[in-house]
Design a protein around this ligand. Sequence first.
Ligand code: HEC
Ligand code: HEC
Ligand code: HEC
Ligand code: HEC
Ligand code: HEC
Ligand code: HEC
Length: 438
Amino acid sequence: MKIARKTIAGLLPALSLCLAVAVRLAAGPDVALAFHNGGTGDCGDCHTTHRAGAIAENAATAQGVYMLKGSDASSTCLNCHQAAGLAGPTGQYVSTPESEMPAGVPPKQMTPGGDFGWLKKNYTWKAPGSGMRASPGYMHGHSIVAVDYGYSADPVITRAPGGAYPASALSCTSCHDPHGTYRRIINGAIASSGAKICNSGSYDTSPDPTADCPVGVYRLLGGIGYQPASLNGYSFTADPPAAVAPSVYNRSEETTETRVAYGSGMSEWCENCHSINPGNGRHSHPAGSPAKLGTLAKYYNMYVKSGDVTGTSASSYSSLVPFEEGTSDYRTLRSHAKNDDSYLRGPDANSNVMCLTCHRAHASGWDFGLRFNTYDQDFITTEAQTGAPLWPGTDTTRNAQWSMGRTSEETRRAYYNIPARRLSPYQRTLCNKCHIRD
Ligand code: HEC
Ligand code: HEC
Ligand code: HEC
Ligand code: HEC
Ligand code: HEC
Ligand code: HEC
């Protein structure tokens, strides 16, 4: 089996690209586990195998443009990034099939970027003293187009707010380079050519790049000059961020937090498509390297929950309100990317607020892909009869409207299964982590 696949790879005309594949196939049995390995992957797992070398000449002739295995780029990715029958959060999966999340049941995956399944959850609720309100699925994050998996473009927003990128062309490959071109090289710089990528650079377990072995950029994100083959005129002007995820990153945070060590450059990368413009209404919060926490770091560190400001910098971190450390030193970042609460240190004055302080990159349980609910009201928990904090939901007796039509299980999932008891009853929204107002 292995030999047969190697032979096919050997026959492909795109020899230089395929060399990496042949080398990996020869490397042994973990091939299936480490598919991209920081770079691309076996051509034949995304393109129809027999003629992958003829892709460019025959662009529109075969199954899908570019002879992809799915009807479009995102569907091709979801062939491996969505699966049926998973018990819970698992590996690289970032989407839950519709059939496994009927009304009242949340999506299963809890990656830092979030489960795209939230885009298919439509909610309505009755707000006391006013009419019916709605939180339609397309407001829950980036509406990728993936025809085979029932995902379609945002019906309302036609261009990236603050930018021009067309919503109708938004796909996994708008942000991630399917051919994993961008690499972190020995001096820490990002390059789009040179020695082949040997490893993922995304994890606490990833090696440092060497002259012969660069590593992939964080999450195979596109860098300067990137645009997917199918779209022209929107090429990126900023390189991928410096960040490191713990190697097990798709998990419930019921007992411990999943801490991605965000270093720098995330907001600048989002600004490849958006611009944040202070004074520009909805997207005006400061974000990026210059948006230092300064004296606000002190508040972040003190803040435990509403009414409790006894926290200390050694243990103040919350994955619901992450920050950038203001560094691109990977040794430091690797030692901070944890999922066992062994590093919970909060920010210092040099840390900065960034887009992912408030948003998730893919989608979330709340409007605008937010990490925490800010909609129209200040409270994110209610109180049980016993006086204990409780996630609100359509099935709870008090303040059901604070869940915006979600069940309490969906609310809890939107907070990555964090127990409500870690917060206060009538907990205020988490903007307060930095701007204590109660
Ligand atoms: C992870 C999935 C994936 C893998 C692995 C992959 N491709 Fe692609 N490829 C794509 C997608 C998606 C597109 C279309 C991009 C778009 O415009 O949306 C594409 C487009 C192309 C194109 C046409 C456009 C261009 O960029 O020139 C060529 C040629 C190509 N791939 C060759 C290859 C070869 C050779 C390999 C193996 C070394 C390979 N691909 C591996 C997903 C993949
Ligand atoms: C043949 C199955 C397969 C296909 C098709 C596939 N992936 Fe993956 N992907 C995986 C596996 C397995 C992992 C985890 C291991 C790894 O990173 O190699 C993964 C990991 C990833 C990661 C994290 C990698 C890192 O180093 O941080 C990203 C990002 C990703 N995939 C994006 C995509 C995108 C975008 C596409 C479509 C263009 C795609 N994948 C298509 C199997 C696949
Ligand atoms: C708008 C840009 C964007 C789009 C569209 C996008 N991603 Fe991502 N993705 C990111 C970013 C940024 C991260 C890193 C998130 C973090 O660490 O907080 C990420 C992370 C990931 C990861 C690592 C696990 C995680 O969620 O943190 C995988 C796997 C992945 N993406 C696959 C995909 C696939 C498959 C698609 C399409 C179905 C897709 N992405 C669409 C930007 C995007
Ligand atoms: C490749 C271009 C691209 C990149 C990069 C990108 N976005 Fe977007 N974004 C879009 C487009 C297009 C839309 C409008 C379609 C939609 O709402 O899904 C959008 C919409 C949004 C929305 C509104 C979502 C909603 O539910 O209506 C938010 C919030 C957002 N982006 C945040 C981010 C953040 C944070 C990042 C960086 C992690 C980012 N974007 C990176 C293209 C991009
Ligand atoms: C401090 C929290 C916070 C930060 C940081 C933040 N946002 Fe937002 N963003 C929000 C909230 C809250 C909303 C919902 C609209 C509102 O209430 O203002 C929003 C809305 C948006 C929207 C939808 C706007 C629309 O017109 O539909 C986009 C796009 C967006 N943000 C992108 C970004 C990007 C890109 C960054 C980083 C450069 C960023 N945001 C940083 C909190 C934040
Ligand atoms: C991680 C810390 C952090 C979080 C969380 C945070 N902010 Fe901020 N905020 C800042 C920083 C830093 C500034 C800029 C410095 C300052 O004004 O003191 C700022 C400034 C502001 C300003 C003044 C804006 C301006 O242009 O001067 C407002 C209003 C604001 N934040 C609202 C919010 C709201 C609403 C949320 C929740 C959606 C939020 N913040 C969450 C750190 C944060």
